[in-house]
Design a protein around this ligand. Sequence first.
Ligand code: SAM
Ligand code: GLN
Length: 290
Amino acid sequence: MTTFAKAVRNYEKMCTERDIPAETVMSFLVEISRRERYDLYLHYEEEIPEDLEQYFREGMERILKGEPMAHVLGYSWFYGYKMIVNPDVLIPRVETEELCAYILSRIDRYFKGQEEINCADIGTGSGAIGITLVKEEPKIRMTVTDISEEALTVARENASLNEAEMEFLCGDMVKPLIEQGIKLDVLVCNPPYIPQDEPMEHSVVDYEPHVALFGGEDGLKFYREVFRDCRLVLKDKAMMAFEMGWNQREKMSALVEETLPGARYEIIRDMSGKDRMLFVYFGLEDDKKA
Ligand code: SAM
Ligand code: GLN
């Protein structure tokens, strides 16, 4: 038998020794106890119920071995929505929540007054982006795609869990959209963008699908493909929104200028000050800043 305080301190110490953020311990306990954080602190010196303690211990042992907390739980939170995750999908990241927030603000700016906004989320993985956009902006009609059938199975589960209506297509980047003759106002894509040889954390490379991570030699393979084909699926007035790697600004700017000449674009930093998002605009004039 042990108290909440002792158990948490014990695992926080072990996490720190293994370069895992100590904060993980409390986050995990909050999730599995289904209690608010303040409530746990109020009862911090009390004994942990036995079944909770066992679950906590078993889960923490997996986390200490490097398994992501989201895999131990079977879900993670994204923009306030619960998303089922498993090793077939990328665990949605906080940077991607920011991408969604910027997309929603740009939609307000550029598509005001329009009754329906046709949108696609390419490489949807867990479905996190597509689901969030549909839930937050009811004018959106959403198609989500992925090359992985297994990922689409998870995306379907998440759409139904969150009661989000959308179409699902399996295929290579924009190809399924071309085949369906879909014309978009907004194309969103968080493609795999890590250069093939980049050294990475074990908890990512060992547990997350490589098809979701690596974007060829320089990480830009999928942007090249989308830039090449995008005019086939975009309306004349349209916007594209991408997540990108923090160190890709120069190469990305050069690629946009070379392959989409004349298009207006902006690269936006995330909350930690890193270049993270690329927005490209066709026929949409920026007369006022958001
Ligand atoms: N959209 C999700 C998110 O933001 O959390 C997942 C993004 S993950 C970085 C990239 C996704 O693209 C993965 O789900 C992967 O299966 C998918 N993908 C990889 N290659 C693809 C391709 N050629 N065509 C379509 N999707 C692809
Ligand atoms: N941000 C993810 C990571 O660093 C990669 C996501 C991506 O390639 N789109 O693990």
